[in-house]
Structure formats: C-alpha cells, structure tokens
Design a protein around this ligand. Sequence first.
Ligand code: SIN
Length: 343
Amino acid sequence: MPDQIAQALSRRRALRAGAALALAAGSKGLRAGSDPFTIRFSHVVAEDTPKGLAARRFQALVQERSGGRITVTIYPEAQLYGDHDEVQALQLGAVEILAPSLSKFGRIGFPEFELFDLPYLFPDVASVRRITQGVLGQRMLARLERQRLVGLGFMDNGFKHMSANRPLLQVADFAGQRMRVQASRVIAAQMRALGAQPVTLAFSETRRALEVGVVDGTENPISNFWTQDMHEVQTDLSLTEHGYLGYAVVTSQRFWLALTASDRSLVRGAMGEALAFGNQIADTQNEKALIALRTFPGTRIHPLALAQKERLRAAVQSVHAGLSQRIGADWLDEARAALARVP
Ligand code: SIN
C-alpha cells in the first residue's frame, strides 16, 4: 500500500477514535446554555472550494458569536467520514454537521433530491435557486425529518463538466467510457444515455480510480476537479455544463433538539450567513480554478459550441421521462412550474 494511503488511513482511524470518545462523553441529553461544546463538521471536498470556504465562514461566525463557547472543528476531504458512512455517523452522533451533495440524498430515501441531477434541466444557477430558496426547497428540507435529520439550508457549487483522457464533445465520444458517478440513479442514467458505463464511487476514491484506470473519466464542477488534482490524471476537460451540483447542509435531530433555543438560533443564523457567502463565491471559485487549470499544460480544455450542447441535451432527454417515477412526478411538476414562473 503506498505510504500516503497508509498515512491517510491511520489518521482517519485516530480521528475516529477521538470522535467515538467524544460521542460517549457527549451523550448526556439537553445542554445548559452556558455549556461549552464542539460542533464537528465533516465534508468530503478540499478547503479551497465553495463548500470548504463556507464551512470555514460558519466556523468563524459561530466561534465569534458564542464568545468561543462553541467551537467548530472541520474535517474536510473525508478525513473522518466519507460518502459511504457520513450519514450514519451523523445519525449516531459521531459528527454534528454534514453538507452532502444533493445527488447523495436519493440513496438514503429521498429520491426527489435527484431532480437536481437531471441533465440540462437548469439554464443557470438563478433557476436552481427558484427551487432551493423557495417553498419547494423548504418542503424538501422538512422531509429530512423522516431520517431524524434537520435540513439547515442549500448551497450551490455550480455546473458540472465532463473529463476523460479524450475530448467528450459528442455522443460518440462517450462510447464505452467508464465514468465515475455519485450514487444517483439519475446521473447513472444520464451516463448510460450517452453510451458510457457509470461506475459509482465515493468522491474520496475518485482521483485514485482515475489514476489507476479503474474509471476513464468523471464529471464535476471545476473547483472540485482542480482541488482534487484530477487534472494530473485526466488529459481533457470538456466544458459541457450539463448538470448542476449543489449541497444541503444537515444536522441530526439528536444534536439539534439538545441545544437551547438561543444556541439553535445562533447556529441557524451563522449557517444562513455562511451559505449566502458560499453562494456568493461559488462562481468565482470555479472561475479561479479554470484560470489555474489553463496554466497547467497537461489538460486540454474544450469549450462546446451551442450546437454540440444541443446534441448532448437531445441525447439525455430520455432520462427526464425515464426517471420521473423515481423522483416523483409531483415533485417534478412543481419544480417545472417554479422554473416556468417569471422571477
Ligand atoms: C462534493 O462536492 O461534495 C462531492 C461531489 C462528488 O462526489 O462528485
């Protein structure tokens, strides 16, 4: 096993042992308003991404507003828990906050969240916000209660692009490509509609899988592509802008209900501001990553002509009808109505 992987694993084991001790110590029910405590915020991406920076902003706001009584410890890059086990860790009280991508809620019982994965559904981020920041978004967050979760808000990353060791500009280019996808049936169907073979892998496993050739390509916004050094193992990035990637921040009912009302309001307020900050910087983080990527000679960047995007759009249209039953026709109708409404 290469040294870096062994080190990462033993670091993870040590962090988890610490988390388990804190869990045992912390399971004592309702807190008093003056009790100091720590909020563990686990996520899977790098710090220098929209989500990573929003988490840092949340940390600073909570610590400042509580006068240091509440500390926030951030575990980025799946240091503590990753795609496979983070929700269970949250439910068990081993961490307090997660911000999984919306694509990862389907497999835990909320397939309606996969509507955000529908290819070419959203013309821009402002359209996504008509759902996430509107009544429909609030209803989606409220449903998380069924899994003993509390939804604290949504946040954007941006639009995804396709990478591989070849340009992916037309449907024929996807033939036989093994494409890493998140655990979303909609994204898997999208890859199949393009003639590729979807391979579901955790985010933290993706770069390595690309490096050793377990998969040929993947999709992500550029901030994730760049900060995971995927450009070192992919020769071509095609600017397809075919789908949206965003997040829902969640905590557990067991943590939330044990807080005093004033701490709940402090945490909710800080998170609201941190998410607004994340939304504000998401575009620029992706643009900065694209500029950085342009200086890297190993990856060719391919903008797509409108006609090329239209052909890709046509190829994935079947996914909308094919997955409507999984997502829920009512959810889809409401989402389309929100998109059609004049802002
Ligand atoms: C993330 O941005 O949280 C990860 C997205 C992915 O798994 O591709």
